[in-house]
Design a binder for this molecule. Structure first.
Ligand code: FAD
Ligand code: SIN
Length: 540
């Protein structure tokens, strides 16, 4: 090891459900370096509420889970990816149980107990395992506990990956990834990670929007890094808006799980009138693109700043035992959900597109994998069904780990990699520009590239993002990198990818709805939107 070069077999960028699962799968055999932008447990996973889907009950079947997923995906799911995820669901649940994850149980008539399965939009059966309404916290903390004590895993918290390193930097093939540059935010210098294989498990990009259910780390870094390194990116126009985030000036990003609707919660106008039946016969249990669009519609039609979500007609004990976290948090904001309806609004929630992978998580570069929300596996098509994301994280982490085990001998470690070059940069004297541009991109993405789009709005967004891309690049070239600058550069790149993808889809399908082409185009087979970077080195 030289001054700032860290060597490992497996470099995992990201410590959510996907990254932690992969690290645990491989750590008995290989040296794993695990990188987190902040604290290890900070990411979307820890905030997941509803649960993780997997077939369990007698009256349910794999075929039914597959069919529901395909229906939600509006004709764009990859059937093989869906089958892979669904068929491995029971294995994923068993593995989580082995790691100490404790899912909620309920008493059976014969006195025994079994897992309580909840139901969410798009699911035709109860098949969502959950830990009350804090499933993600239970999964994240259980896996993190295992990772912390594993002797072969070195954890680097408060480290942010800046860019991937391709083989051509050292005279190897440009089609290979040999590691990454990573900023140590505490010591404030960039380290070089030299790895036989690198895994992007960096989560989604919902922070590209002003209002989001996601934590601050979701800035699409993995997608932007892979794109810059020459990987294809797919279906970025399909941004999922969750219908029900709490509406309160201080409730930053607080989600009210879809399971509230699954357990009977009703959406109401402020005068108490239910409205979902006017939009879909499944009413509150329609897939969330339909519910989010319906809420957006009535809010715009009636000039509302929110609608209401009401489960207060159920017994208080039912509400507090099923939704203890939400109940407590809402009380802090002055809402008692056992007695009153909650004010809710839609917010950006999930990135269905991402780095194009095969079913083993392989990207276009040898030695580079993408798993979890950052990947585009084809599972979700044009719209993700609730609780299929945690499932994808676990199942595709298993698959990538299997592939790495089989192929790691074909992935030699590079000799020394070039150090990060800081010779031509200075400290920024205009941090205000970075924070201003952060706000600007998120605002115009919300206004012009949101739940309802038009060609004109997308054009406006494109002009603005082009300008911001130039400014971010200029900053990046002239000033020492900081967390905010790295994230801004990534945000404008993913915003651009979302806009380009949305502009190219001349129909409405799943999560992409445009007033200029309001119908789904079934005159030809449905197509994914695959964007190819200028430095693409070819299909593997
Ligand atoms: P994350 O858990 O988001 O983790 C990303 C990791 O990458 C973090 O460790 C972060 O620090 C790291 N990272 C990012 N960029 C960098 C970088 N440049 N350098 C180093 N590290 C980096 N899905 C379900 O299936 N069921 C649910 O009930 C559910 N509920 C949800 C509720 C909420 C409020 C939210 C926001 C999402 C929910 N989802 C749910 C979606 C699901 O939680 C996420 O899709 C999933 O957890 C993503 O896991 P991940 O491992 O891909 O990424
Ligand atoms: C929720 O609990 O409503 C979120 C579920 C999901 O995003 O899958």
């Amino acid at each position: 090891m030289t001054y700032n070069q860290v060597e490992c077999d497996v470099l995992v960028l990201g410590t959510g459900a996907a990254g932690l699962t992969l690290a645990l799968q491989l750590a008995d055999q290989y040296q794993v370096a695990l990188i987190a932008k902040g604290e290890m447990t900070e990411g979307c996973t820890v905030y997941a509420q509803g649960g993780i889907s997997a077939v369990a009950q007698q009256d349910d079947s794999l075929a039914s889970h597959i069919e529901d997923t395909l229906n939600a995906g509006a004709g764009l799911c990859d059937e093989e990816a869906v089958r892979t995820a669904v068929e491995n669901g029971p294995r994923a649940i068993n593995w989580l149980l082995e790691q100490g994850v404790s899912f909620t149980k309920e008493a059976q008539e014969d006195g025994s107990s079994d897992y309580h399965l909840t139901r969410e939009g798009g699911h035709s059966h109860r098949r969502v395992y959950h830990a009350a309404d804090a499933t993600g916290k239970e999964i994240e903390t259980s896996l993190a506990e295992q990772v912390r004590v594993h002797p072969n895993i070195t954890i680097y918290q408060h480290h942010i990956a800046v860019d991937l390193i391709r083989g051509d930097r050292i005279g190897w093939s440009a089609g290979r990834c040999v590691g990454a540059y990573v900023l140590d935010k505490t010591e404030q210098y960039v380290k070089v990670f030299n790895a036989r294989c690198t895994i992007l498990a960096t989560g989604g990009a919902s922070k590209a929007y002003l209002y989001t259910s996601n934590p601050d780390v979701s800035t699409g870094d993995g997608i932007a890094m892979a794109w810059r390194a020459g990987c294809r990116v797919g279906n970025m126009e399909f941004v999922q808006f969750h219908p029900t985030c709490l509406y309160h000036s201080k409730a930053k990003s607080f989600l009210v799980t879809e399971a509230v609707r699954g357990e009977g919660g009703r959406l109401l106008l402020p005068d108490g009138t239910p409205f979902m039946k006017d939009f879909d016969p499944r009413a509150e249990l329609a897939p969330r693109d339909i519910v989010a669009r319906a809420i957006d519609h009535v809010m715009k039609r009636d000039g509302l700043d929110h609608v209401l979500l009401d489960i207060s007609y159920k017994p208080a004990e039912f509400v507090t035992s099923h939704f203890p976290t939400i109940y407590q948090r809402c009380l802090e904001f002055g809402f008692d959900m056992t007695k009153q309806a909650l004010p809710v609004v839609p917010a950006a929630h999930y990135t269905c597109g991402g780095v194009k992978t095969d079913l083993n998580g392989c990207t276009d570069l040898d030695g580079l994998y993408a798993i979890g929300e950052t990947a585009f596996t084809g599972l979700h098509g044009a719209n993700r069904m609730a609780s299929n994301s945690l499932l994808e994280c676990i199942v595709f982490a298993f698959r990538a780990a299997d592939h790495i085990r089989e192929h790691i001998n074909d992935m030699p470690k590079a000799p020394e990699l070039p150090a990060w070059d800081e010779s031509r940069v200075t400290d920024s004297d205009e941090e205000v520009v970075v924070s201003h541009n952060w706000d600007e991109v998120r605002r115009f993405m919300w206004d012009y590239v949101g739940i309802v789009r038009t060609d004109k709005r997308l054009q406006r967004a494109k002009h603005r993002v082009d300008l911001l891309k130039r400014e971010a690049q200029e900053y990046y070239g002239n000033f020492r990198v900081t967390n905010d600058l790295i994230e801004l550069r990534n945000l404008v790149h993913v915003a651009d990818l979302i806009i380009l993808s949305a502009m190219s889809r001349k129909e409405s399908r799943g999560l992409h709805y445009t007033l200029d082409y309001p119908e789904r185009d079934d005159s030809k087979p449905p197509q994914n939107t695959i964007l190819i970077p200028e430095n693409y080195v070819g299909k593997r």
